[in-house]
Design a protein around this ligand. Structure first.
Ligand SMILES: C[S@@+](CC[C@H](N)C(=O)[O-])C[C@H]1O[C@@H](n2cnc3c(N)ncnc32)[C@H](O)[C@@H]1O
Length: 302
């Protein structure tokens, strides 16, 4: 393996805990569904044998292009993880794998790039597409969604209770002029309170728009269903999530084999490996504050 120093600067979240628990067969086939800057992939490659394989995906083309890992065992694809079964069956002629890891959300590289429009701290065009080949962006969400749709997005994906005023302000402003940049959006809201409270408000606002742009909840549900078909008995799935909606979905699926209130299947496909969710240590959060909301759940296929 040949890695540049860039990899060591980037801090992968819950790296040791996720990879240690994922690998049950050193000669197996593994999937890293969210390659990002390759931190988890690199760690998996270090711990599997020469005969093993790693299939990594990311829907962000720039992340794939930035890859620095040179290793014959790595098969890297630009793809949304909802196509995982197709990639395995049709491109690689593989049916089952020993483990799947997904580190959801966005990478350090995406959030810090003003051209990608993910951050409320940078003045940028409202974009937030993880897959830049898609058309639907944050600008479309803010300027074209109905009152009801914006209320749903803010409530469901941002945990806002009272959305009436928020949505009203957006609708008022966008009649006069399109809301195009992060600072246009920030200026709409006058948030009383401390710097921390304002930061929390805008983080939740931007998060909710990003989830809508990338249809993150539906994609996760679809991916979980496929994962349970792909993993061989005794193999594991490890998911790192960053907000409560994702974590609730993952927990319920691992525990009950369902996403919400569907009928429970006759056979639950997984057993939880740890009763309690795994969170970053105090030291990890100190070194990498962005890890503070991370939650890792691991399950084993029965
Ligand atoms: C938190 S980062 C992963 C960081 C990576 N584990 C590392 O250590 O470098 C999340 C990555 O997942 C990708 N991603 C998010 N949702 C995805 C999906 N549905 N399909 C494929 N990639 C996705 C994002 O583009 C982003 O690069």
């Amino acid at each position: 393996m040949n890695l540049s120093k860039e990899y060591y600067k980037h801090k992968s979240v819950l790296l040791e805990e996720s990879v240690r628990n994922l690998i049950t067969n050193k000669n197996g086939i593994y999937i890293d569904a969210t390659f990002g800057l390759g931190g988890h992939s690199y760690e998996i490659l270090k711990r599997i044998s020469k005969k093993a394989k790693l299939i990594s995906l990311d829907q962000d083309k720039e992340s794939i292009k930035k890859n620095l890992i040179k290793d014959k065992r790595l098969h890297l694809f630009h793809s949304n993880f909802i196509y995982i079964q197709d990639i395995l069956n049709k491109k690689l002629f593989i049916e089952k794998v020993s483990g799947i890891l997904a580190d959801l959300g966005i990478s350090y590289f995406q959030i810090n790039n003003p051209k990608r429009g993910f951050s409320h701290k940078l003045n940028c065009i409202l974009d937030m597409r993880m897959d830049q080949e898609k058309k639907y962006s944050a600008k479309n969400v803010i300027n074209e969604s109905s009152y009801e749709k914006l209320s749903y997005i803010f409530k469901e994906y941002g945990d806002f209770n009272n959305t009436k005023k928020m949505v009203g302000r957006i609708l008022e402003k966008r009649i006069i002029k399109n809301i195009s940049t992060s600072s246009d959006l920030l200026k709409i809201f006058f948030i009383r309170g401390s710097f921390k409270e304002r930061k929390r408000f805008f983080s939740r606002l931007f998060q909710s728009i990003r989830i809508e742009v990338n249809d993150e909840i539906n994609k996760l549900k679809n991916f979980l269903y496929q994962s349970s078909d792909i993993i061989e008995p005794g193999g594991r799935i490890a998911i790192i999530s960053y907000h409560s909606i994702e974590d609730r979905i993952v927990k319920n699926f691992f525990k009950n084999g369902i996403i919400f209130s569907e009928r429970k299947p006759d056979k639950i496909p997984f057993k939880m490996i740890h009763k309690k969710v795994i969170k970053p240590t105090y030291i990890e959060v100190k070194k990498n504050p962005r890890s503070r909301s991370a939650k890792l759940r691991i399950a084993e296929k029965l």
